[in-house]
Design a protein around this ligand. Structure first.
Ligand SMILES: Cc1cc2nc3c(=O)[nH]c(=O)nc-3n(C[C@H](O)[C@H](O)[C@H](O)COP(=O)(O)OP(=O)(O)OC[C@H]3O[C@@H](n4cnc5c(N)ncnc54)[C@H](O)[C@@H]3O)c2cc1C
Length: 320
């Protein structure tokens, strides 16, 4: 018996979302009296730091490059069989969303996509997740012997220890790739913090009037150590890149702090951000719907307030 977790990495660096998934799997393993086995592909250094977040063993499919979901499905199935895994965990990232349902279907396993909490093991196996674009919470009772879970980034945290996992080469036959990946571009955070992993996010909408005014949003984000995001119309018009668009049709994020500047708070926008721990809204319209979802609200002109916040952040940073 084991809890198997697929841990994706970018050039050997495991993103926070992967470490969260491993830490989640380790805590499930501990609660169920089993061990946590992590599965990775490509080249990694040592155990990749996965022992520190709870893996007791790392299976490394070093020969497998790329992220063809059919090959990854076969790889996970082979690892699950050899380890006798009864729980299989992924991050709720692009790879997890593609591979977890295939694995669950092949194993006839119950699937909980986007878990936001550890399973409740009192008399069963019940996992919490958000439904209806974050407007409701569902406690999903999984009754199958085999269970597949994807973990929503920024929802369960990471428990860090000082362990080293044993690393084993694991290169089963996974067949030919069903698709050809021509190019992979990773955002390694060199030009900023990747949005899905950011603890702090400064986001702006049409209230900023035009792309030429985004300097203050970027400056505030820089002073706070935050990532930048935007509403959909802003990326549709081309003021900001599409990967910054949050909401129902964009990325879903759950940062500790979400600062929304000049965003009205339409339901489709809230769907992607209402899991944030603290929401601060800056809007000149006191009737803007976003204020209903806000923990803190500032009614006023963004062009006056944001520079004051930058100044306050600079003063605070200088005093540290
Ligand atoms: C199917 C569907 C899917 C959608 N998916 C998404 C999605 O994923 N994400 C998303 O964001 N939207 C989405 N939308 C669009 C959504 O309905 C809203 O139209 C959009 O979120 C509005 O963007 P906004 O708040 O930036 O602009 P606006 O609605 O134009 O709001 C601008 C806000 O800025 C304020 N403002 C203006 N000037 C200032 C100033 N100087 N200082 C301070 N405040 C100021 C205004 O009071 C206003 O509240 C979707 C819509 C549909 C139909």
């Amino acid at each position: 018996m084991a809890v198997l977790v697929f841990a994706d990495h970018h050039n050997g660096k495991f993103p926070k979302s992967s470490l969260e998934a491993v830490s989640y799997a380790a805590r499930v393993a501990s609660a169920t009296g089993t061990s946590c086995v992590a599965l990775t592909t490509g080249a990694i250094t040592g155990d990749g730091g996965l022992g520190n977040v709870g893996a007791s063993k790392v299976l490394n499919a070093s020969a497998l490059q790329g992220n063809d979901s059919q090959q990854l499905t076969r790889l996970v199935l082979a690892a699950a069989e050899i380890e006798g895994a009864d729980v299989i965990v992924f991050s709720h990232d692009m790879t997890g969303k593609l591979v977890a349902p295939r694995v669950a279907a092949r194993l006839d396993a119950g699937l909980v996509p986007g878990a936001t909490g550890l399973p409740d093991l009192n008399g069963g196996f019940t996992v919490r997740r958000n439904v209806f674009s974050g407007k409701a919470i569902a406690d999903v009772s999984v009754t199958t012997t085999l269970k597949v879970i994807t973990v929503t980034p920024n929802s369960v945290g990471i428990v860090v220890g000082i362990n080293t996992a044993q690393v084993e080469a694991f290169n089963p036959e996974v067949g030919a790739a069903g698709s050809k990946v021509r190019e992979i571009k990773h955002d390694d955070g060199e030009e900023g913090i990747p949005l899905p992993e950011a603890d702090l996010v400064v986001s702006a909408g049409r209230g900023m009037k035009g792309p030429e005014h985004w300097g203050v949003i970027e400056e505030l984000a820089k002073e706070l150590g935050a990532a930048t995001a935007c509403s959909r119309p802003v990326s549709d018009i081309g003021w900001r890149p599409h990967h910054e668009h949050v909401g129902q049709t964009g990325i879903t994020i759950r940062p500790n702090l979400y600062i929304a500047v000049g965003i009205s708070g339409a339901i489709q926008h809230l769907a992607g951000v209402n899991g944030s721990k603290t929401i601060v809204v800056i809007n000149k319209d006191p009737e803007a719907p976003f204020f209903k979802a806000a923990d803190y609200g500032i009614v006023g002109d963004a062009f006056e307030i944001v520079p004051q916040l930058i100044q306050a952040a600079k003063t605070y940073n200088a005093s540290k």
